[in-house]
Design a protein around this ligand. Sequence first.
Ligand code: GAP
Length: 516
Amino acid sequence: MAQEDIFKKVVSHCKEYGFVFPSSDIYDGLGAVYDYGQNGVELKNNIKQYWWQYMVLLHENIVGLDSAIFMHPTVWKASGHVDAFNDPLIDNRDSKKRYRADVLIEEQIAKYDEKIEKEVNKARKRFGDAFDEQKYRETSPRVQEEAAKRDTLHKRYQEVMNAPGGIDLEGMKQIILDEGIVCPISGTKNWTDVRQFNLMFKTEMGAAAEGASTIYLRPETAQGIFVNYLNVQKTGRMKIPFGIAQIGKAFRNEIVARQFIFRMREFEQMEMQFFVKPGTELQWFDEWRNRRMAWHQALGFGSENYRFHDHDKLAHYANAATDVEFKMPFGFKEVEGIHSRTNFDLSQHAKYSGKKIEYFDPDENISYTPYVIETSIGVDRMFLSVICHSYDEEQLPDGQTRTVLHLPAALAPVKLAVFPLTKKDGLPEKAREIIDELKFHFNCKYEEKDQIGKRYRRQDAIGTPFCVTVDNQTLEDNTVTLRFRDTMEQQRVNISELRGIIEDKVSITSLLKNLK
Ligand code: GAP
C-alpha cells in the first residue's frame, strides 16, 4: 500500500478507535487542534511515563519541574521570541490561502528527490539482481538532471535563509516564482510578498482593559526551566552537571498546520535542560545525542527508521544542534531536537531581570554562568511515530484482513482484555474476578459483546497485547485461554499464572531495561 494511503488510514483509525479526535468535533473541528480519546490518552500517558522515568528516575542528577504556562512577558523579550520567533509567510491572492514560504521551497526540493527515487526504483525493477544502484545514480542522465536542479535550488535556498541581516524575504519570493511553484488550491502563481509572522499567541491578563498586560501562551516549556534554574539549584542543592526536566503544553500559531498531529497549534513537549561547566558542553552534547537515540531505539522499531539530521546552520546562540528524525509515512521527519545552547538563555534572563544567575563551584572556588544542553521532544510527534509504525493490515491465511496495532506492550492503552465466552453460567462473574485481581497491576478491560473472534479484532485494533477467554472449563480447573496479539497464538494457562506472564512484559521497566 502507498505510504500516503497508510497515513490516511492511520488518521481514520485514530478517530474510529478513540485515539485522536478533531477538537470541537461537533462544530467541525478547529484547525490543527486535537483531543485525545479514551485510548489515545492512555498511549500518550505511557509515552510520557517512558520519558519521565528514563530522564528523572534513571538519572540521579536530573529533577523534574512543572512550571506555569503563563509567564512574565519580559521572559519572551529576553528569550528572543518577541523579536525573532517568526515564520516567513506568503499568501496566494486567488485562493486566499496562506503558506510558509520556506515550506513551499522545501517541498519543491523534496519533489526533485522524489523524482530521483522514482527513476532509481524503476531501474531497480528493470535490471533486477544485476542492478548497481550507486553507478546508476552517478551515470543516469535523468537522475543527474534532477539532482542538478535540486542542488541549485538547495544552494539558493541556503543563501536566502542565511543572508547577512536575516532571511532574504525578496529572495525567497523570487525562488518561488522562478521555480514556478503554484498554490495547490487555486493552481496559480499569484503570490503576495513574503512577510515575517510571529508565532506566539497573545492574551491579556488583568480585569480592566487599561490595566491589563499582554501575556503570551508559552511557545516552548524550556523558558520555565531557565527562569527556575536558581530556585531548583539552590533548594535541591544541585551540583553541576545537573538537569531539569519538564512535560507540558506549548502553543504556536503555526501557519502551515498539516499532517494531523505532526504540526499542531496546541501541543505538548518533553524538555530537559542540562546545565554544564563551560568548555564541557560539546562532550555533553555528544553524550545526550547518544542517550536520546538509544531511548528511541529501545522501543524496537528498528534502527533503520531513525537518523540524525545535524544542523549546518546554527542559531546565533547555539554551538551544536541535531534532530532525531523518524521515518513517518510522509518521509523522515524531526521528532526531537538536541541543542547546545551555550549560556545564552541564562545570560539573557540575568540581563533582563537584573539578577545574578550563576553557579558557584565549591571544588574549584569559581563562579560561572552554566552552559546548557537541551533535549526537546514533542509528545504528539512521538505518539504519531509510534502509531504509524505500529499500524498494520495483515493478510490472514483464511483470506481475511486483520487490522492490528503492534504497539510496544508497555505503551499499549489496554494490557489485558478479559472475555467470558458466553454471558451465562457464571462466566461473566469469573471474568470479573480475574479483572478485580489484576486491575491493580495493569490496565484491564472487560468485554462480553459479540463473538470471541470479533472481540479479538477490536482489541487487536487498539493494540491490546493479551486477551483471556473464560469458558466452562475455567469453572472446573481455573484455567483460561491466553491469546497473544502479535502471533495470535493461544495457550491454556492457570489464572494464578497470568500476572507473572503479563506484568513484566507490559511494564515501562521492561523498556527501560533495554537501555542498560
Ligand atoms: N525548546 C526548544 C524547542 O522548542 P523546537 O525544535 O521548536 O525546539 C521541539 O521544538 C520539539 O517540539 C520538536 O522536535 C517537535 O517534536 C515538537 N514540536 C514543535 N513544534 C510543534 C508543533 N507545532 N506541533 C507538534 N509538535 C511540535
